[in-house]
Write a protein that binds this ligand. Structure first.
Ligand code: NOJ
Length: 552
């Protein structure tokens, strides 16, 4: 018996109003729900097998119904698509695979009309090797020589022992230039050189172009990799058991990751973007940074503790992803993750909660499908921003992909495909139980549609009056706008190895989540005292699918 319920001492009112985006609304993002759209897999409007911008427009009613406040689009720029769009060949053009600039402008307009903000992915660490800058740099064209990180070596001896995140040497020999270039990701993704002021100028132009077009902020990709030490010193070995010399984890990345200059770069962009907003009288343009690091390092991306220097509005809280898993974690680990985060975050900054994204197995697969609602309840009712990866709102699980079907450039070794590939979390969205889960009209899809779609799809969870993951998610998104969730104090603690309570209190209003984890085959009923809900007139506002409680 899994017991997951929200007991609320407030009247649980479902109340939605479509608001359009207002100028000068600086705090709009602080309690927002951002919804990550992975465009390739969201909705394919032209039946070519890949999702596109018109597909996102088609699904706007869903986004409105869910009640989210902003969409973040994974890259839709011109790209050879080696790393599914994270290898950009032109920062100013939309890849025809996804549609046109007109399509994007229509999407922004429609979203704004419904009070939904639009966040673009900003990919500053690297370009595609097909970008004009790289071609010019490789040819040593005047002005472009130092746009990328070039270094001497011999074809047998690269400049340092650095390893790419996708495995193997991070250096690639260029016959043309007779030098090596650095690539932290695929060979086709050369790293830009941030010691060159021209690269800073180019990036500001890129940001400004999209802000002029009306976008509301940026998710900054892989920013921890922006700088490396000047003298290209070898990195020390980790000596981790079972980790081979081509594996990124073979080395400690003390000379290539999170260098002090990297934070300064984010602070520089913050200032540039804030100045833009001020100059144009627009609302805060939100900045979210992608950094996988320890807690203290992560916090530095926010800015200084006293707020005298500001960086990202929030840097993704990846600790549910990095530190929790089905086999080894329990309620105490969750307690630690949440409380360590809340304690480390300087008071002036806004928390955020992330359960998954396009680079990590979907959370119902990582944490067990029986915990779908429990995690959505906790993540959405903790203070601050919620980031939802498309499909999490109805509990989509990982898809089934074989090595031959795989598309992820980081997983090209059949022996490690299942551990490494990010294709599983990227399979098409399961809208309904028609052909190809309603993703398209039956054309071959870029990744296979998961067979689970026959029973696990959004449409099946829309039946009025039934408890479903989606109904819960939708209710939670509204509940996030109530005073306790927005402004309340927070208690989050493990009551036993499998049981957790979250309480948010604002004056006499309280929201309590009682969460019994279902991940150690612990289907045994437990009786447990929950002092946080010892109140006279609490009512059950929401229950998980399968709970023995009923709303009311
Ligand atoms: C992080 C992105 O989320 C990931 O998908 C990509 O492969 C790398 N950065 C490189 O851009």
């Amino acid at each position: 018996m899994y017991l997951k319920a929200i007991l609320s001492f407030t009247i649980f009112a479902l109340h939605v109003s479509a608001k359009s985006v207002h100028k000068g609304d600086s705090d709009w993002w602080k309690h927002a729900t951002f919804y990550q759209i992975y465009p390739r897999s969201f909705k394919d409007s032209n039946n070519d097998g890949t999702g596109d911008i018109p597909g996102i427009i088609d699904k706007m009613p869903h986004l409105i119904d869910a009640g989210i406040n902003g969409i973040w689009l994974s890259p839709i720029y011109d790209s050879p698509q080696v790393d599914q769009g994270y290898d950009i060949s032109n920062y100013y053009a939309i890849d025809p695979l996804f549609g046109t600039l007109d399509d994007l402008e229509n999407l922004i307009k429609l979203a704004h009309d419904h009070g939904i903000r639009v966040i673009m992915d900003f990919v500053p660490n690297h370009t595609s090797d097909q970008h004009e800058w790289f071609k010019a740099s490789e040819n040593r064209t005047e002005g472009y020589e130092d746009y990328y990180l070039w270094a001497d070596g011999t074809p047998e001896q690269p400049p340092s022992n650095w390893i790419s995140c996708f495995g193997g040497s991070a250096w690639q020999w260029s016959e043309k230039r007779q030098q090596y270039y650095l690539h932290k990701f695929a060979v086709q993704q050369p790293d830009l050189n941030y010691r060159n002021p021209k690269v800073h100028d180019e990036m500001k132009k890129y940001l400004e172009y999209w802000m002029d077009l009306g976008v509301d902020g940026f998710r900054i990709d892989a920013v921890e990799h922006a700088y490396e030490v000047k003298n290209l010193t070898d990195e020390p070995r980790t000596y981790s058991p079972g980790v081979g010399p081509d594996d990124y984890n073979y080395l400690y990345h003390i000379y290539t990751d999170n260098l002090p200059e990297t934070y300064q770069l984010v602070y520089e962009w913050r200032k540039f973007i804030d100045d833009y907003a001020e100059r144009t009288g627009s609302d805060t343009k939100v900045i979210m940074t992608e950094v996988y690091a320890d807690l203290n390092t992560t916090m530095l991306y926010y800015g200084s503790a006293d707020g005298s220097v500001l960086g990202a509005d929030f840097t993704f809280n990846f600790f549910f992803i990095q530190n929790i898993n089905l086999n080894n974690s329990n309620a105490n680990d969750l307690d630690a993750i949440v409380n360590n985060w809340l304690n480390a975050l300087p008071e002036i900054y806004t928390s955020n909660w992330v359960l998954g994204n396009h680079d990590n197995r979907r959370y119902p697969t990582r944490f067990g499908p029986e915990n779908k609602d429990g995690f959505n309840m906790v993540a959405s009712l903790l203070p601050g921003v919620l980031v939802t990866y498309n499909g999490e709102e109805f509990g989509q699980e990982d898809g089934e992909v074989t090595y031959d079907q795989g598309q992820d450039p980081s997983a090209r070794d059949p022996a490690t495909f299942d551990q490494v590939s990010r294709d599983f979390e990227r399979t098409p969205l399961q809208w309904d139980n028609t052909t190809n889960a309603g993703f398209n009209e039956g054309a071959k899809t870029w990744l296979p549609v998961s067979e689970k779609y026959h029973t696990l799809n959004l449409a099946s969870q829309l039946v009025e009056g039934e408890v479903s993951h989606y109904h819960n998610y939708r209710a939670l998104i509204r509940k996030r706008q109530e005073n306790p969730a927005k402004f309340g104090s927070t208690t989050f603690k493990a009551l036993s190895d499998d049981t957790l309570v979250l309480k948010r209190s604002y004056e006499n209003d309280h929201i309590v989540v009682a969460f019994k984890l279902g991940w150690h085959n612990n289907s045994v009923e437990e009786t447990i005292a929950v002092p946080e809900i010892s109140c006279q007139n609490g009512i059950v506002a929401l229950t998980s699918v399968g709970s023995k409680y009923t709303v009311g």
